[in-house]
Design a protein around this ligand. Structure first.
Ligand code: NAD
Length: 412
């Protein structure tokens, strides 16, 4: 049994600490009051003193307006904020009486650890960069069934310190994961470019959706399913369903921050900006489609699902909000229904009249990979005479409600 501390027990850190606590003695510290049945929540000095491993899972936030829930591709590129990581490092320096193994989980841009964090940490401690590929709504499952575990050290030596962390993870993992061991900088790059690949992939399939609408006689699913099965040259089927755009607390903001990196290192082009710009225009196209439907049917617009995905409250980086932004820009009102949404702006509980609904959430598609297959149930009553625009193309029309499969312009 190892002694492990988690500095920052928020959305990511608490669940991860609780997973570790099933096998180890785990301490947790946060600047906000937190509780747990299995993690011993304590003061920072106690955590530092008692832990041999110290995981840092504090926020590395982007500035206001850079999360992707409103347009940002026109704004000045910026790096993430590192203040909370600095504070965690300073606390370790201050309270440690023995040498510690410090493991940073938080997302940072390539080069940050070597440039900013390691010089700040007392040299008697050791530093590992170990970002997680974890999604909200499935944190504990993702933690023990990761696609890979990235472990970054100063020189990328797979044995020594990286080997020790690997041995620690082997005590809790369920899926015998692939380990990718590299330098700090390589692991920073694996994590953040992984997210960029996803954003680009979603941007590409949604581009096909846009063309399906313009050209006609195209069901986007016929095209993307064929591409998804083309495993000789193109990757696997995940994120190959056109629909809502990439969203959440990580993917959009990571790309937005990478714009800053492209500028900082004078790469000469900014693919991230293109990916983000495409995401915004795709949202605008969907918004204008809804506006057209609403005007021709004389109905209001309701977005069904405001959080960035089903089953979670988080509206950060929400694509629904981005679509809502463009609906407002086109001069129409937008309302949302979402019983969980942590941002109540424009959210209503019931919709008492027919409306044009955007079916933003499809939990079957979102959570398919965890084995969870239940479909999204309506968040409110859908009155007869309503129109549902389904960007996932799964719902069927009834005698009372017409469903439009956004992205399918085939006639049969
Ligand atoms: N949430 C995800 O899905 C996810 C996935 C992969 C990576 N990440 C990365 O992990 C990091 C944390 O993300 P999160 O979603 O858990 O954020 P969060 O805001 O939910 O949690 C961070 C916690 O750290 C605490 N905190 C802030 N400053 C602190 C300090 N100086 N000392 C101690 N505690 C402090 C906050 O009170 C909060 O509880 C971010 O860098 C994020 O990019 C998050």
């Amino acid at each position: 049994m190892q002694k492990i501390g988690f500095i920052g027990i928020g959305k990511l850190g608490l669940d991860c600490a609780e997973v570790m606590a099933e096998k180890h003695e785990v301490y947790g510290y946060d600047i906000y009051p937190r509780t747990s049945d299995s993690v011993k929540v304590c003061d920072i000095n106690e955590l530092v003193e008692k832990s041999d491993w110290i995981f840092i899972a504090v926020p590395t936030p982007h500035s206001e307006g850079y999360d992707g829930s409103i347009p940002s591709s026109h704004m000045e590129p910026r790096d993430f904020g590192h203040e909370a990581v600095f504070s965690a490092i300073d606390n370790i320096n201050k309270y440690a009486k023995t040498s510690k193994k410090v493991v940073l989980i938080s997302t940072v841009l390539p080069g940050t650890t070597r440039k900013h964090f390691v010089p700040r940490l007392d040299s008697r401690h050791q530093f590992l960069y170990n970002p997680y590929l974890i999604a909200m709504g499935s944190v504990k499952w993702d933690m023990v069934n990761p696609e890979m575990i990235m472990i970054g050290t100063e020189d990328g030596n797979p044995n020594a310190l990286a080997g020790e962390l690997r041995a620690l993870y082997d005590t809790v993992m369920q899926n015998n994961p692939r380990y990718e061991i590299g330098t700090w900088d390589e692991c920073e790059a694996i994590k953040i470019f992984y997210n960029t690949f996803i954003s680009a992939k979603v941007g590409l399939v949604n581009m096909i959706q846009d063309f399906a609408l313009k050209i006609g006689n195209i069901n986007v699913d016929v095209v993307t399913n064929a591409l998804a099965r083309s495993t000789m040259r193109i990757m696997g089927p995940k994120y190959m369903t056109a629909g809502m755009g990439d969203a959440g607390a990580c993917h959009p903001r990571d790309n937005i921050a990478l714009r800053w990196l492209a500028q900082e290192y004078d790469i000469g082009y900014d693919l991230f900006d293109t990916v983000m710009h495409a995401r915004e225009i795709q949202a605008k196209n969907l918004a204008l489609f809804l506006v057209k439907e609403a005007k021709s049917s004389n109905l209001p617009i309701v977005i069904h699902g405001k959080a960035y995905k089903p089953d979670v409250p988080y509206c950060i980086g929400s694509y629904s909000t981005l679509v809502g932004h463009y609906i407002k820009e086109a001069g129409m009102t937008v309302r949302y229904v979402d019983p969980l949404a942590d941002d109540a702006t424009d959210v209503v509980v019931e919709v008492h009249a027919p409306a044009v609904f955007l079916w933003a959430h499809n939990r079957k598609i979102t959570y398919e990979y965890t084995g969870d297959q239940l479909d999204t149930q309506p968040y409110c009553q859908i009155m007869g005479g309503s129109i549902i625009v389904d960007p996932w193309r799964k719902l069927q029309s009834t005698s009372a409600v017409k469903v439009i499969h956004y992205g399918n312009t085939r006639h049969s």
